[in-house]
Structure formats: structure tokens, C-alpha cells
Design a protein around this ligand. Structure first.
Ligand SMILES: Cc1ncc(C[n+]2csc(CCOP(=O)(O)OP(=O)(O)O)c2C)c(N)n1
Ligand code: SF4
Ligand SMILES: [Mg+2]
Length: 350
């Protein structure tokens, strides 16, 4: 069995704006179960990075442990990568981000990896508003260890084996909004049309972008009584809005009537055009975003799309006033400013 992707592609496939081909963003051949939602998310990541024309060598992909966390092997094969310990991706991402703020950070995790063993790590990365895109591939179970319920499994949901889940579920999007993430969205692995622009918007936002993607585990949690199955999600989801991301390099045009479109300008001047559904709440209002999630949950509906966006949020570097340059670019003169400066610092503490 080979795990290498054939290099041959149609010679006329067009490159992106930076001159890279789509295959420059691909990884190895997946070893996940055929039909696993995680594979669709990997494809959406490849597509989003290709469309944004990000230089692959400027991206850092990080993960913990789980089927979801091994998926970075299947995308962005020319990027930097770090497969960390179970639940520890956020602290590794924090350290790397503090050392080099010039790179683009993409963390991939599972619902087990994030909502149980990694919960302490997750909440602190969010409250620090770490500049990264954090994607949870949420199947409501521990796929890698044979399908035990995770903390995001809905109360009343039933997996392929065992009884009904009696415990309350943790809503990671609600937590992320409460803790100050600047961009929060939910999607479904089977909805590429919605997922690709969400990933592009998440990568364009500065600060914490969090996307919870419901991603069915076809082996352990895809039976009709599971609220994380393909069938259930297709029958019970509703989008807050449909939207386009207009990257900053393209001309921005106002194509829609004011009362039906909400415009959000991201830090790099990309623009999200949200086509709001009738009576949709203001997604820049944190309280409304949480109420909206809870209201839909009470009706048994999974709300997808952009749930909350705050384009003005300050990221960890802004908050801590850190050095503006990557630490590896600092010279001895930068690091040792000389006796008079040190004297002045010491004097200030006397
Ligand atoms: C410290 C530690 N505890 C437990 C495990 C066993 N373990 C491996 S993956 C996993 C859970 C995976 O679930 P999730 O993060 O939801 O990923 P999925 O496989 O569902 O994509 C567990 C408990 C481990 N590898 N390390
Ligand atoms: S066990 Fe489930 S989560 Fe893991 S690869 Fe198979 S379908 Fe995907
Ligand atoms: Mg899982």
C-alpha cells in the first residue's frame, strides 16, 4: 500500500495568484475510514489555502492526538507541522506564535482533544485571543479509541454501540464567544460551499478564529439516532447567513441592497458580505450570538455559518505589547541594548 500521492496532474490546471498549484497545498493520501468527515475538512483546508494564495512555507499546522489530529498529514505537505500530545496543541501554538508572529497558524483538533483533556488549554488560548485559526473536527466521539462519547455528544444522542448519552454537551462555539474569540463559526463537513469561505475568513481574521465543524464518524457514530450523523445534520441544520469573502486584493463592490447584507471588514481589509436571513441577529453582538445559538438548540436545530465576528478584537501580541519582529531575527544589539539602558531599567525599579 502506498501513502504517496501521484505527482501527475493535468498540465493546464491554473496556478493561484501567488503562482502555486493546488497540489502544492495537498498532503499524503489519507488513511482515515472511507467517508470520514475529517477527509472533507482536509480538502476544504487545501481549497481555502489555495484560493487565498497563501505561501505554503508560511503556514504552521498543529494538532494533538486523535483521527482528527492525524489529519494534518493529509494537507499542506509543504508547510511546517507539529503533531503534539493529546490536548496540548494550544500551548504549542502559543509558544510558536509568541516566537514568530509572522507565520500563519492553523490548529486542528478533535472534540475529545479539545473539550476533555485539552479544555484547560483551549479556553486559555481563546481568552488570550491567540492569532490562529482553530478548527475542531467534531464527531461527538473519540473515534481513534473506538467511539466512546465525547463531551460534545448531545444529551439524548445514541452512538452505534452502548446506551443513550445522558450528560449535557459542551457547546464549544458558545464558550469561544463568551471567552472573547473574534471570529466564531460552525459548519458541517458535508457542506463544502459553506466551509471553504468560512476557513478563508478564519485565516484572514487576526486573533482567535474558531470553527466547529460537525464531522461524522462513519465507523462509530453515524447511525440515525446520533445527532452527529450525516442524516441528522442534513435534516436539522439551519444557516445564520450565506456569505462571500472578498479578498483584499480584489476590487470591492456593493452588489446587494443594504437591508439584506451585513459587511464585516477583516484586519487585512478582506471583506465578508453576509447575506442575512430574515430576522437574523447582528453577528457583531456577542449576547445576541449566544442567545441565537441557545434558541436554535432549544428547537433541536444546529445553527451553522458565521455565529460571531468582532473585526476589532486585539490579539495576544497587541494585549501584551510583544516584540514586533520574529525572535529569530533579533540581533545581539537588539537583545543587549547596553549598560546605560539597563541602568535606566534598574533605576526605574528602585
Ligand atoms: C494522555 C492521553 N490520554 C488518552 C489518550 C487516548 N486517546 C487517543 S485519541 C483519544 C480521543 C480522540 O478523540 P477526538 O479528539 O475527538 O478525535 P477523533 O479521533 O474523534 O477525531 C484518546 C482518549 C492518549 N493518546 N493520550
Ligand atoms: S474511526 Fe471515525 S473518526 Fe476515525 S477515521 Fe474512522 S470514521 Fe473517521
Ligand atoms: Mg472526536
Amino acid at each position: 500500500m502506498t501513502f504517496f500521492r501521484p505527482a501527475f496532474r493535468h498540465p493546464e490546471l491554473p496556478p493561484n495568484a501567488a503562482g502555486y498549484l493546488r497540489q502544492d497545498y495537498e498532503g499524503g493520501i489519507s488513511t482515515l475510514c472511507a467517508g470520514c468527515g475529517h477527509d472533507s475538512i482536509c480538502n476544504a483546508i487545501v481549497q481555502a489555502c489555495f484560493e487565498l494564495a497563501l505561501p505554503p512555507h508560511r503556514i504552521v499546522k498543529m494538532s494533538g492526538i486523535g483521527c482528527s489530529s492525524k489529519s494534518p498529514a493529509y494537507f499542506l505537505g509543504k508547510s511546517h507541522g507539529f503533531n503534539s500530545v493529546h490536548g496540548r496543541m494550544p500551548s504549542i501554538a502559543t509558544g510558536a506564535n509568541m516566537a514568530n508572529r509572522d507565520l500563519i497558524y492553523l490548529g486542528v483538533s478533535g472534540d475529545g482533544d479539545t473539550a476533555s483533556i485539552g479544555m484547560g488549554q483551549f479556553i486559555h488560548a481563546v481568552r488570550r485571543n491567540l492569532d490562529m485559526l482553530y478548527i475542531v473536527m467534531n464527531n461527538g466521539c473519540y473515534g481513534l479509541t473506538k467511539g466512546q462519547y465525547s463531551a460534545t455528544a448531545d444529551k439524548g444522542s445514541k452512538g452505534k454501540k452502548g446506551g443513550v448519552n445522558e450528560l449535557e454537551s459542551i457547546d464549544l462555539c458558545e464558550l469561544a464567544i463568551q471567552l472573547g474569540a473574534g471570529f466564531v463559526a460552525r459548519s458541517f463537513s458535508g457542506d463544502k460551499q459553506q466551509l471553504v469561505p468560512l476557513i478563508k475568513a478564519g485565516l484572514s481574521h487576526r486573533g482567535m478564529s474558531f470553527i466547529d465543524v460537525i464531522s461524522p464518524c462513519v465507523t462509530f457514530n453515524n447511525n440515525p439516532e446520533s445527532t452527529k450523523s450525516y442524516h441528522w445534520v442534513r435534516e436539522h441544520s439551519e444557516a445564520t447567513n450565506t456569505f462571500d469573502l472578498v479578498p483584499f486584493r480584489r476590487p470591492i463592490t456593493a452588489e446587494y441592497a443594504d437591508e439584506t447584507v451585513q459587511e464585516v471588514v477583516l484586519h487585512d481589509n478582506s471583506v465578508i458580505h453576509l447575506h442575512k436571513h430574515r430576522d437574523a441577529p447582528d453577528i457583531t453582538d456577542r449576547r445576541q450570538a449566544i442567545d441565537n445559538l441557545e434558541d436554535h438548540k432549544a428547537q433541536g436545530v444546529i445553527l451553522t455559518g458565521v455565529l460571531y465576528a468582532n473585526p476589532d478584537s486585539a490579539d495576544t501580541h497587541d494585549i501584551l505589547h510583544t516584540c514586533e519582529r520574529p525572535l529569530n531575527s533579533l540581533t545581539e544589539a537588539d537583545l543587549c541594548p547596553g549598560s546605560p539602558v539597563l541602568e535606566a531599567i534598574n533605576a526605574a525599579h528602585r
